[in-house]
Every structure is written in structure tokens, then in C-alpha cells.
Design a protein around this ligand. Structure first.
Ligand SMILES: [Zn+2]
Length: 203
């Protein structure tokens, strides 16, 4: 089943690479490549430049684990974010999602780089947990908000971190589990409904 080649190797390679971008399949990749070819100067040129620049400059923040073009990152070096609150997340994507929501605009973050998963051989030393303890130990932190996923691994990780921080004068909190905004009870799964009931608040 060798499909007929419809473009030169350079364009085929571009399509193959684009198809590896999350959210793009082969079909969308072809469409994106075509659009870029059509808008060579307005889109492809600037995109190639932006890619090259980010590729050259992107670094992992040595304080929080965020991805940025400076270390410390823009968030860690923002003087307005001195509230003593650190939100702990699994991945950089979670940090960016929380920043987009902007519910707590002046907090700092800590990216774990995953969750504890004995079955996959991921232990505490594989995650950025010691660095989090170091940040708390350095002082000035009053609250740690554990914003890990509501999965078994996420909750195991939250318990582990809570244990590791038990000797420090810091409040450890976690996200509420429950009814999503705009959610209808009838459509919720049993686990979500049970968690929402358990973590009910006073009206
Ligand atoms: Zn940072």
C-alpha cells in the first residue's frame, strides 16, 4: 500500500512532523501545511522564526519547573507574586491552565513533572518533590495548594507530599472535588457525585 506521493520530500517531511503535534492528525497536518504554503510570508516565515527562537531559548525554570525563555521564569521573577502561596501541579500544562483561569493571580507554582506510579517505576526521586520541600524549608511559604489530578496516582502523590511537609509550619490544601460549573447532577459519574457530597460546604 504505497500511496502516491503528491508533494516533494521537503513538504512530505513537514506534513509528517506536523502530524506529530498533539491535536493534529495526518489530515489536519496536510491542511496546516497547505495553509502555510498559501500564506508563505504572513504565516510560514514568522512561524519558522518563532520556532527557531523558542527552540534556541527555551529553558526549564530551576525554581518551579515551568518552561520559559528565562531562568527564573517570568512567574518566579514577578515581584507581585510574593504571597507565600505555592500551587503544586503535575505538568507545565496544568500551570498554564491555572494561569489562564487567573483565579489566583499572585501565586507561585511548583511543577512535579508527573505523579507517583509504582507500577510504572516512578518514585519520589523521579519527581520534583525534594525541591518542593527545599522551597518550603527556605521559609516564606504559608500555603501549599495541591492541584494534582483527581486520579488514584494524583491522590497518592498528594498524600505523600502532605506527609513530607508535615514537619513544617505550612498549611497544605487540595482542590475541591465535585460538581463542575454548569454541570448537571444527572450526568455526573458516581465517583464525582460521591466526592461532591463528601466535600459539601455550608450554604
Ligand atoms: Zn519559575
Amino acid at each position: 500500500m504505497s500511496g502516491r506521493r503528491i508533494a516533494g520530500p521537503e513538504i512530505e517531511k513537514l506534513i509528517q512532523l506536523l502530524a506529530r503535534v498533539p491535536g493534529l492528525g495526518p489530515r489536519s497536518a496536510r491542511r496546516a501545511a497547505l495553509q502555510m504554503i498559501k500564506k508563505k510570508d504572513q504565516l510560514m516565515g514568522p512561524l519558522a522564526e518563532a520556532l527557531a527562537l523558542v527552540h534556541e531559548r527555551v529553558v526549564v525554570c530551576s525554581t518551579c519547573g515551568n518552561a520559559d525563555t528565562s531562568d527564573p521564569c517570568a512567574i518566579c521573577s514577578d515581584p507581585r507574586r510574593q504571597t507565600g502561596t505555592i500551587i503544586v501541579v503535575e505538568e507545565v500544562a496544568d500551570l498554564w491552565a491555572l494561569e489562564r483561569a487567573a483565579a489566583m493571580p499572585n501565586v507561585l507554582y511548583h511543577v512535579l513533572g508527573g505523579v507517583l506510579s509504582p507500577l510504572d517505576g516512578i518514585g519520589p526521586d523521579d519527581l520534583s518533590i525534594a525541591a518542593l520541600v527545599d522551597r518550603v524549608e527556605a521559609g516564606g511559604v504559608s500555603e501549599i495548594i495541591l492541584a494534582v489530578n483527581a486520579t488514584v496516582e494524583g491522590q497518592t502523590t498528594a498524600h505523600y507530599i502532605t506527609d513530607r511537609l508535615s514537619g513544617f509550619e505550612v498549611t497544605v490544601t487540595r482542590l475541591a472535588h465535585g460538581v463542575p460549573v454548569g454541570g448537571e447532577l444527572d450526568y455526573l459519574d458516581d465517583g464525582t457525585l460521591a466526592a461532591a457530597l463528601k466535600s459539601r460546604t455550608k450554604f
